[in-house]
Write a protein that binds this ligand. Structure first.
Ligand SMILES: Cc1cc2nc3c(=O)[nH]c(=O)nc-3n(C[C@H](O)[C@H](O)[C@H](O)COP(=O)(O)O)c2cc1C
Ligand SMILES: Nc1ncnc2c1ncn2[C@@H]1O[C@H](COP(=O)(O)OP(=O)(O)OP(=O)(O)O)[C@@H](O)[C@H]1O
Length: 283
């Protein structure tokens, strides 16, 4: 069967001797634990469901030095167990070891799981027990729920890093500089956005990381439209970069509707103070 592989991956598949298999959205702590069990000729086999929104496909390689090969779930989900293993052996002719988690299942109707994998693959099968942090099982779906609740600190713990999104600059209402504070307005695609509210963040422009405070949500006080806006602290940035990255650190408050621009301005000033104090105390 014709398989789509990551065109940016230049490693010859004949050299690969071990693989980790899964969805790998988030490249979280448990995923990293799987990767630790790969040898130096290891690779990541990423099965694309089309729903990844923590680390959408093109952003995933950043989080591992092992080459990632992508397979579209729809192209392989009809396979019987032996056909799936045959495919892996054909794709990676020198495959000696497969690393998966305790809940890994594959093939038609996910009918085949760990025992079948051990039976069908003639090599080393390494199973990773369920990884938990502070008694919370680490899974992409669990991390998504924490982000949707604005629980960034827990999400980041499970991710093993600060949750980061990519976006590009768009024009805002033009109100910020005039009435409030200057902000960079972003258009974000593919990434899950945390709950509406105000967050302590870091913003990366041209590979330089700045302390920042970010609002995301419907601008209920002004035009009501959905916005992602970041204010860089203590810097007068003329931003000419197309790609902007935002790392989320902590939620300060919910999105609020104010009766006047003055009240919103006061609150934004307080948010900036809160953020500055955070960076002074933590870094
Ligand atoms: C730190 C910060 C907090 C904000 N909080 C709110 C808020 O609680 N409610 C709201 O409607 N808009 C909030 N905003 C968005 C402002 O309404 C927005 O910056 C203003 O409309 C200017 O938009 P513009 O950059 O498109 O001109 C906030 C903006 C910042 C930078
Ligand atoms: N907490 C965990 N402990 C051990 N292995 C895990 C854990 N989470 C995922 N894995 C393993 O990592 C690989 C990638 O799986 P997958 O991307 O589906 O993980 P997930 O985070 O559980 O995703 P989802 O929440 O969407 O099910 C699989 O082999 C899976 O068994």
């Amino acid at each position: 069967m014709e398989m789509k592989k990551n065109s940016s991956t230049l490693v010859n598949k004949n050299t690969i001797t071990s693989i980790a298999i899964g969805g790998f959205d988030g490249m979280h702590v448990a995923h990293q634990e799987l990767f630790k069990n790969l040898d130096e000729n290891g690779a990541i086999v990423s099965i694309e469901s089309g729903f990844a929104n923590l680390t959408p496909k093109v952003y995933r390689q950043e989080y591992s030095s092992y080459p990632i090969y992508y397979y579209v779930l729809d192209n392989i989900k009809h396979l019987e167990g032996d056909q799936f293993i045959k495919l892996l052996n054909e794709e990676f002719p020198n495959l000696k070891k497969i690393v998966v988690g305790y809940d890994f299942c594959f093939g038609k109707n996910r009918r085949y799981c760990i025992e079948k994998l051990k039976e069908l693959f003639h090599g080393n099968v390494k199973i990773i027990d369920e990884i938990k942090i502070d008694d919370i099982a680490v899974h992409s779906r669990v991390i998504r729920e924490y982000l949707k609740d604005g629980e960034i600190e827990i999400a980041n713990k499970l991710l093993g890093k600060e949750y980061k999104i990519y976006g590009h600059q768009i024009k805002g209402q033009g109100l910020g500089t005039k009435s409030f504070v200057p902000t960079i307005n972003l258009k974000v695609e593919q990434f899950l956005l945390p709950k509406e509210g105000v967050y302590i963040t870091k913003t990366i422009l041209n590979e330089i990381e700045y302390n920042s405070v970010t609002f995301l949500g419907h601008r209920v006080t002004t035009d009501g439209s959905y916005a992602v806006e970041t204010h860089i602290l203590d810097e007068n940035i003329i931003n000419d970069t197309y790609t902007i990255q935002i790392k989320f650190i902590k939620k300060i408050r919910d999105n609020l509707k104010f009766d006047s621009f003055d009240e919103l301005k006061n609150q934004i000033d307080k948010d900036i103070e809160t953020t500055k104090n955070y960076f002074i105390n933590v870094y």
